[in-house]
Design a protein. Structure first.
Length: 452
């Protein structure tokens, strides 16, 4: 029977709910499932309904005239029925529950959904990005969109677990800060009672302070960049995976730690994310035994020799330069990742450690993955006097960063760290065209949930 009764029947109330994925272990048993209607296929006297819950999707079959007429996508229902094996030739290998189905007995509609603005039942959501985001509360429910954030969850979980195995301690960094961490004008100034403050560009100061506490520290959190650009690779708010640790000998040790973390992320994606990757026909980036590393100056020369494009006098790689050096690494080393090192002092924050052999360059690096910057990091200045001098030289007032400087005044070992952009990796691994697709609720110059 089909019912709009908002009170669950007493019989159903006594039954324990069965998640969709567990139905494969309950053949011949009567079950109660609850979830959203994903798809209805009415063939007259036989109606097939796909039900989605937190664990997956299960097919329900109703036979007879009393079927699911009037049901449509995203209705919230509970169904009773008996689990049975699907007949040979009707199994669905794309579903974890594809070998079974439920022979339906009753349906109770817990909440009807309004008519959907587009089809949610297909394998893909074929729509332009603005529409995808304008209906975000709905489009996030689609299995292929869900897969993006399952992949992102694996990336973040792997980052956490890998560093914990290396004895890093997680802490929570503040989002409201007294000064611009990275300097420059790309910060959001906020009214803070009768004073001014900023949204943090990075947890940099705080993770360095925590090195003096735990020696090895990491944090996962949102950071904010007031970059006046609307590109396929930039966001106003994004998830930064930050790590910092002490007693390093040189900045190449930090690069080794990045490589270890990235390789572990890739292994976890292969082990836990295969079905999500397959939905995008995506593959894990190819890696050589050791990720190649090249100085920025050498990278610009390589690009000039390979393409004829001359950026040798530029202080950084432009987006095309990142794609060009990625292609070089892929062609020459069989690696889709490449470290670019020794960025100029004037292009890095004041706390970045200068190269003793050439103070115009720094012991810093970016990791380029498939033509896009994924990671930035390096060694930091740990001597108080040197750090204070550099901070003042860059226009910082010591009183404004007193808590930060305090950590170095009272003893800080040689240390370094890195930051990984979670959305960048997600986008590149899955081959998404726009980073907003890799963000559940993207913020940029033109959008805060709705287009502004």
């Amino acid at each position: 029977m089909v019912s709009d009764n908002k009170q669950t029947s007493w019989h159903n109330y006594l039954m324990e709910r069965t998640p969709a994925k567990e139905t494969i272990n309950k053949i011949g048993q009567r079950v109660l499932i609850k979830g959203w209607v994903r798809l209805v296929r009415d063939h007259g006297k036989v109606t097939f309904i796909d039900i989605r819950d937190y664990s997956g999707v299960i097919q329900v079959v109703f036979i007879g005239d009393v079927t699911a007429k009037g049901l449509h996508g995203e209705d919230v229902v509970e169904i009773t029925g008996t689990v049975q094996e699907r007949k040979p030739g009707t199994q669905n290998p794309e579903l974890a529950t594809g070998s079974v189905e439920i022979l339906g007995e009753t349906i109770e509609i817990l909440q009807r959904a309004e008519e959907l603005p587009f089809d949610m039942g297909g394998k893909d959501l074929n729509m332009e990005l603005p529409t995808l985001l304008d209906y975000r509360a709905l489009t996030l429910r689609h299995p292929k969109i869900q897969a993006i954030f399952k992949i992102q969850e694996i990336i973040i979980e792997s980052f956490r677990n890998t560093l914990k195995e290396k004895d890093f301690t997680e802490f929570v960094a503040p989002a409201i800060v007294p000064v611009a961490t990275e300097g420059g004008a790309e910060v959001f100034k906020i009214d803070y009672f009768d004073k001014s403050a900023f949204l943090g560009q990075s947890p940099q100061f705080y993770k360095q302070i925590m090195v003096g506490v735990f020696e090895r520290a990491f944090t996962v959190g949102k950071v904010y960049r007031a970059e006046p650009s609307v590109t396929t690779r930039h966001l106003t708010e994004y998830v930064s995976l930050d790590a910092e640790y002490g007693f390093i000998n040189n900045f190449s040790e930090v690069m080794d730690m990045v490589e270890y973390v990235i390789k572990r992320i890739f292994l976890d994606l292969q082990a836990k994310g295969e079905k999500y990757l397959s939905m995008y026909q995506a593959s894990i980036p190819a890696l050589s035994e050791k990720i190649p590393a090249v100085k920025l100056s050498e990278a610009k020369q390589i690009i000039f020799e390979r393409t004829g494009r001359d950026i040798r006098n530029e202080p950084d790689l432009d987006p095309q330069g990142e794609r060009d050096i990625y292609q070089w690494a892929k062609d020459e080393h069989g690696s889709e990742l490449v470290f670019v090192t020794h960025y100029p002092t004037k292009k890095r924050p004041f706390y970045t450690y200068p190269d003793p052999e050439n103070p115009e360059e720094t012991h810093s690096f970016d990791l380029i993955g498939r033509g896009v910057e994924w990671v930035t990091g390096g060694r930091r200045i740990n001597k108080y006097e040197q750090l204070l001098e550099s901070a003042i030289k860059w226009g910082n007032k010591p009183d404004d960063i007193e808590i930060y400087l305090q950590a170095f005044k009272y003893g800080m070992p040689p240390e370094g760290g890195f930051a990984i952009g979670a959305e960048r990796i997600t986008m590149n691994v899955l081959g998404l065209k726009n980073i907003r697709e890799a963000t559940a609720f993207p913020r940029d110059m033109e959008r805060v949930d709705i287009h502004i």
